[in-house]
Design a protein around this ligand. Structure first.
Ligand code: MN
Length: 253
């Protein structure tokens, strides 16, 4: 099996090395990732300029073939699956920073996996909470990543999955749904050295979590696994509005 590994933290992140090492036990692996950090780039594709790649030697990748791209995670998956044929699985991460709830909309890590699903391939995104003091314990997480990957690949018809590890060594795994009730994004003003106002987009902790969601699982110390769909249609609303009748039948007095 050919496995493409990407991320949004950039090709030199320790997270991508951990994921590529795990993947290399399951198949033939190539790393195609952004040359600089692209966190929160979402599913953007670079359309206003051409994109190029360079072969890269990353010591932490232990000889795994790697290419850095001057583009987004979405670009990396487009380019990687075009230049390397018959890729079946795209793994994205391990992102240093959780991708829970609304972050699924902004995340470049998720975007790598979503782009795979858009191309009809399997995509799986992995994230771990960021810590202030030190790097996440990838030595502890690697066996868990291998276990989760093994589990997910056993399940048919699961084209897109968002996996989040807890901060502490996991106590197990949980199937979860995306938590969307609380939005944790904030716009925070600050001053530059010339006294002008600028803004940071940041996140604040959410007040409460609902059982069964991705946030809840992480709080409880589980590895959260959320199956996702590309179809954004609100099917219940569609059913409701279709009952209103077609455009032609609407009356405008
Ligand atoms: Mn990131």
């Amino acid at each position: 099996m050919r496995i493409l590994v990407t991320n949004d933290d950039g090709i030199y992140s320790p997270g991508i090395a951990a994921l590529a090492q795990v993947a290399s036990r399951l198949g033939e692996v190539r790393v195609v990732a952004p040359d600089v950090e692209m966190s929160s780039a979402s599913a953007s594709i670079t359309a206003s300029r051409p994109v190029t790649y360079k072969r890269t030697r990353v010591p932490a990748l232990d000889g795994i073939e790697a290419y850095r791209v001057n583009g987004t995670p979405g670009d990396c998956v487009m380019l990687g699956t075009t230049l390397w044929e018959n890729v079946e699985l795209v793994l994205s991460g391990v992102n240093i920073g959780s991708n829970l709830g609304n972050a699924i909309w902004h995340s470049g890590t998720l975007a790598g996996a979503k782009q795979a699903a858009l191309l009809g391939l399997r995509g799986i995104a992995f994230s771990v909470p960021a810590t202030d003091r030190e790097e996440p314990r990838f030595d502890v997480l690697r066996p868990w990543a291998a276990t989760v990957l093994g589990m997910l690949l056993e399940v048919p018809d699961l084209p897109l999955v968002n996996v989040n590890f807890p901060a502490v060594p996991p106590r197990g795994t949980a199937w979860t749904r995306q938590s969307v009730r609380h939005y944790d994004g904030r716009t925070v003003p600050a001053k530059d050295p010339m006294g002008r106002t600028h803004y940071w987009f940041t996140v604040v902790p959410v007040e409460s979590t609902e059982e069964g969601t991705d946030r809840w699982a992480i709080e409880q110390g589980y590895v959260s696994m959320t199956p996702l769909t590309l179809d954004l249609t609100e099917h219940r609303a569609l059913e409701r509005v279709r009952k209103l009748g077609s455009w032609q039948k609407l009356k405008f007095a």
